[in-house]
Design a protein. Structure first.
Length: 237
C-alpha cells in the first residue's frame, strides 16, 4: 500500500488510508472513471502539505473525500479518532462544521448578507446566539484585515477581500484541519501573495493540519511538503 506519512513525527490529525474512488460510467457500454488507487496520506498538526498535479488528476476530488463531501469506493479517512467514511449525512455536516475549514477557489459567499454575517454563518449554523456569533465574526474580520468592511456585501468587495473573508469564515469555528482548493487561483499575482501569506500566518498561529491544492509551484515550495497526484497516487514532488 502506498503511504505518504507526516514528517513531524506526531500523531496525525488527518489520515487517508488506501483510498480508491471509481465513478460509474456515464452511459451503458462505457468505462467508469478510476480516480484513486490505494492512495494514503497523513498530515500532522502544524504541517502544511501542498498537492500539485495536472488538471483532471483528481486534486479537488481528493479534498472532497477528506471533507466528507463525497465517499470513497474503498478505504477510510480519519480525522483524529473519527472515521469520517462511516458518518451519515447529518454527522458529516456536523464534522465539517466542527473540524474542517474549507477555502475554495471561488468563495461562495452569500450575496444577500453582509461580510460580518457571512463570517458568522458557521457559528449561527451551530446554534450559537447571534450576538456572540457576530462578535466573534468581527474579531475574525480584524484578523484578516477587513475591520472596516463588516457592513459591506460581498459584491462590494474586491477579489482579494472576498477571499480573505472566506478564510475568516472557514476558520471561525477553530477547526483542526484546513483544506484549501486553489485559494489563490483566481487572483492577480500581488493579491495572491497576500492571501497565501495570510493562510500561512493563520496556519502557524492555530497549528492547523493544512492541505493546499495549487497550480502555483512557488507557493507549493513554501509548504512543508509537496506531493504530486498522478495516475491515482500521491508521490513526493
Amino acid at each position: 500500500m502506498q503511504h505518504i506519512s507526516s514528517q513531524l513525527g506526531s500523531v496525525p490529525v488527518l489520515r487517508a488510508i488506501a483510498l480508491d474512488k471509481t465513478y460509474p460510467p456515464l452511459k451503458a457500454g462505457s468505462e467508469g472513471l478510476h480516480l484513486f488507487h490505494g492512495l494514503s496520506l497523513e498530515v500532522a498538526a502544524g504541517e502544511m502539505v501542498a498537492i500539485v498535479g495536472e488538471s483532471g488528476a483528481g486534486k479537488s476530488s481528493l479534498l472532497h473525500l477528506l471533507a466528507a463531501l463525497d465517499a470513497p469506493t474503498a478505504g477510510e479517512v480519519w480525522c483524529g479518532e473519527v472515521n469520517v467514511t462511516r458518518l451519515n449525512p447529518r454527522e458529516a455536516g456536523e464534522y465539517r462544521n466542527r473540524e474542517i475549514g474549507y477555502v475554495w477557489q471561488f468563495h461562495y459567499l452569500l450575496p444577500e448578507f453582509t461580510a460580518l454575517e457571512n463570517v458568522a454563518m458557521p457559528l449561527l449554523a451551530r446554534g450559537i446566539a447571534g450576538k456572540s456569533a457576530l462578535a466573534e465574526a468581527a474579531s475574525w474580520l480584524r484578523r484578516v484585515g477587513l475591520a472596516g468592511r463588516g457592513d459591506n456585501r460581498s459584491g462590494e468587495l474586491s477579489g482579494g477581500e472576498q477571499q480573505r473573508l472566506s478564510i475568516a469564515r472557514s476558520l471561525i469555528t477553530r477547526p483542526k484541519l484546513l483544506l484549501a482548493d486553489e485559494p489563490t487561483g483566481d487572483l492577480d499575482g500581488a493579491t495572491a501573495e497576500r492571501v497565501f501569506e495570510l493562510l500561512q500566518t493563520l496556519h502557524r498561529e492555530h497549528q492547523l493540519a493544512s492541505v493546499l491544492v495549487t497550480h502555483n509551484l512557488e507557493f507549493a515550495s513554501r509548504c512543508d511538503r509537496v506531493l504530486r497526484l498522478k495516475d491515482g497516487k500521491l508521490t513526493v514532488a
